[in-house]
Design a protein around this ligand. Sequence first.
Ligand code: NAP
Ligand code: MG
Length: 501
Amino acid sequence: MAAAPRLEIAAQGAKDPRTLEFLRSSPKKLLINGKWVPARSGKTFESLNPANEEVLAEVAEAGPEDIDEAVKAARKAFEDGPWSRMTPHQRTKLLLKVADLIEQNREQLAELSSLDNGAPIMGAQGLVTSAVELFTYFAGWPTKIFGETNPSAPDMFNYTLREPLGVCGQIIPWNGPLMSASNKLAHALSTGNTVVLKPAEQACLVVLRLGELLLEAGVPEGVVNIVPGFGPVAGAALSNHPDVDKIAFTGSTTTGKEILKASVATLKHVSLELGGKSPHIIFADADMEPALNFAAIGIFGNTGQACIAGSRIFVQEKIHDQFVDGLVQRAKAHKLGAQFEPGVTMGPVVSKVQHQRVLGYIEAGKSEGATALTGGGPGPQPKGYFVQPTVFTQVRNDMKIAREEIFGPVAAVIPFKDENDAVLQGNDTTYGLAAGIWTRDISRAHKVARRLKAGTVWINCYMVLDFTMPFGGYKQSGQGREFSNHAIEMYTQMKSVFVKL
Ligand code: NAP
Ligand code: MG
C-alpha cells in the first residue's frame, strides 16, 4: 500500500477534504450484495492519476468468482428481495434520493471523476450535472410504464404486461465514468431490473463512490453490485455468465463484437454503444464563429476522448484555408495541465496505452502524407499522458487517421466540393454514431440530415445531449437506443396474457 504517503502528490490540488478521505481508505473494495468486500483472489490493481502517473488508490480486482457472487446477489434481489416488491412510486422516490445525494456530494464526485481520468475539473463538474439529470429523468419512468388492453373476442380478455428483463450486466468505459455509470444504472433501476456493473479499470473510483451513495439512498442489497476489474477477465466473465439476462455495453466496436458473440450461448439481450468517426460538415455559408467554436469543442473537448467526437471535419473548399486558420488558433489556445491547475482547458489522455496509441496515429498521419499544422506530438510535461491538440490538413478520407477512431485530440480536416460530395465522404465510414452540419440554408440542412447515416445529427450545434432524445449508433456504432422512452423498451419485455371469460 505505497499509495498513502504519496496521496497528496497524486491528488494534487483537490479541494474537497472528502476526496482525500475517500482515497485514503485504500484498497477500495467490491460492492457485492450490499457489502464492501475484497476480491476472492485477494488481488488488487493500482488506480493512477493520468496527469502525474501517481497512485491514487489500490482497488480490489474482481475475478470470475466475484462476478459469479455478484450475479447470484443480483438474481436473488430480482426474484425475491424487497426490490421486487416495491411500488413504482417507491422506486421513483429512491431514484430521486440518489439524484439528491449526487447533488449534495457534487464537488467530491467531480474531483474523483477528474482524478480518475484526467479531465479538467470544469468538465467533470458538467458531468455531475448530467448524472443528476439522468437519475431525475429516469425517476419519472416507473409510474409511466404501461401495458395494453388488446382487442379481443367477446369471450376473451387479452392484455400485455411490460416487465423488467432481470439481471443486467453493464460494462462501461473510462471517458466519462460518473455519467456512464449513472446512465446505465438509471436505465436499469427505473425499469425494475438488478445490476452487476463493471466500470473500466482506468477510471473506477468515482463509480465506487457512487455505489456508496446508492446504499445511502436505500437501494436494497444485491440490486446494484459494482465489480471493477479487467475487461478480458471480469468483463468476459460477466458477458459469458449464463444467469445474466442482458448486457448493456459502452466501449469500442471490437469489444462490442466480443460481447455480442458471448451473448449467443444463452441468447442474452444486448445493447451496444460503440465507437465513432463522426463527420462534422461545414458549408461555406455557415455562421463562421460558432461553427469554428463547435468544431474545436467537437474534437478537443475531453481531450478528444468522446464517442461522439467530430473527428473528421469536412470543410467546403471555398472557406477551407480560412477555417483551418481559425481551428489552429483554437487548438493553440488550449492550456494543457493537471486537473486543478488554474486556466487548464485540456487534460491528458487516460493511460499510457492510450497515449502511445494516439501518438501512433499521429505518426501514421504524418507518414501517410497529412500535414500537422499544429500539435503533432506529446505535451511538454515531464510526467502525465499529455498530447498536443493536433490539426491535420492534406487528409484524404481513405487515410488511417480518417478511418479509425483515434480517441484523442486529433482533428482530420478534409475539403469537399458540394452537398453531394460532403454526404458521400461523410457516409464513407464503417461507423455511424453522429454527424454535424453547419449551414444557413435550412432546406439543405434538412436534406443533408436525412442522407447522413448516423444515429444523431446536429444542425448548427454539436454534442448537445438531451435525455428526452434517443441516443445510439447506425452501422458499427451500436445497437439499440439509450435515453428517452426507447430506452425503457430496451430494458423491458412484453408478456401477452390471454383470459377466457
Ligand atoms: P474498450 O476497450 O472496449 O473497453 C470498454 C469496457 O469494456 C471496459 O470496461 C473494458 O474493461 C471492458 N472490456 C474490455 N475487453 C472486454 C471483453 N473482452 N469482455 C468484456 N468487457 C471487456 O473501450 P475503451 O477503449 O476503454 O473505451 C473507448 C471506446 O468506447 C471508444 O471506442 C469509444 O467510442 C467508446 N465509447 C462509446 C460511447 C457511446 O455511447 N457510443 C461512449 C463512450 C465511449 P477494462 O478497460 O477495465 O479492461
Ligand atoms: Mg485512473
